[in-house]
Write a protein that binds this ligand. Sequence first.
Ligand SMILES: Cc1ncc(COP(=O)(O)O)c(C=O)c1O
Length: 327
Amino acid sequence: MIDLRSDTVTKPTPGMLAAMAAAEVGDEQVREDPTTNELQRRMAELLGQEAALFFPTATMANQAALRVLSRPGCKVVAEERTHVLIYEWGGPAIHAGLVMQGLAAEAGRPTPEQIEELDEFGPGSVLVLENTHRSSGGRVWPLEEFRGAVEAARFRGAAVHLDGARLFNAAIAAGIEPSAWGALADTVTVCFSKGLGCPFGAILAGPAETIERAWEGKFLFGGALRQSGIAAAAMLYALDHHAERLADDHARARRLAEGIGIDPATVATNFVSIPNEPGLRERLVERGVGVGDLRPGWLRAVTHLDVGDNDIEQAIERMQEVVHVHA
Ligand SMILES: Cc1ncc(COP(=O)(O)O)c(C=O)c1O
């Protein structure tokens, strides 16, 4: 099976496992895990923020961020198919008492005008921007558009959280530093169990005082670990060995698109968006290719660390027989 369902399916490499085995560890809950502390220091810098905090998952990091940035009864607003709104089990309503509002927006990117026109959106509310945007097919926010959305939210007195689960993909694709987007938001999540290839782990970065308060959510959600350095070592390894290579995933996604008759210009990062038809996924599975859901009417093929050039050429051969793209 060539598994293109998601970039979350990767297995730790021997090098990553060796780094985990050799990790220097301590008790994270009393902030004595040196490897976690080093990861947090490096990530704060990479994201252009004062401080960073390790979380087991990006979902937990997002939820902890919403808790610190908001007040119960206020709103979380995001493009309507953003992860925090539809894939986190209503977390913003349950954990932070927020009213959840989705906006229809091209490429997952709400415009300043849409933000200016929102009702009941001000201090205590949060705008969530996702980069890359999953459901639009791994699209990247152009920096100036992102800045425009952030400024519109700030003008309303609301906070801004960046769900940068795949921010490194965006940075590699755009050729700019993750901090370019990161420094503009109040808080930023980055996930390490996607293109970066870790078994789990995420980071939340923000101002020191905000991150200090995010500890509360981390404890509350059961995310304060003990020897978290085992995970942090994998994450540091990924920063050193798996960030630059995301460019290979992007090139392979473009090659795959081209090979199956999809315009490679629609591929911004490591997702290929495939128009769905009844039974298509099953026909692909029969031929040994796994694809995932993107949004209603669309499937995705996602390239990642465990998919090489030969896999892509084989996937093209198998997919060509069943994927029919009508221009
Ligand atoms: C955009 C986005 N944010 C957050 C998450 C949550 O990541 P995790 O599985 O680490 O909770 C995902 C996972 O698919 C995602 O795609």
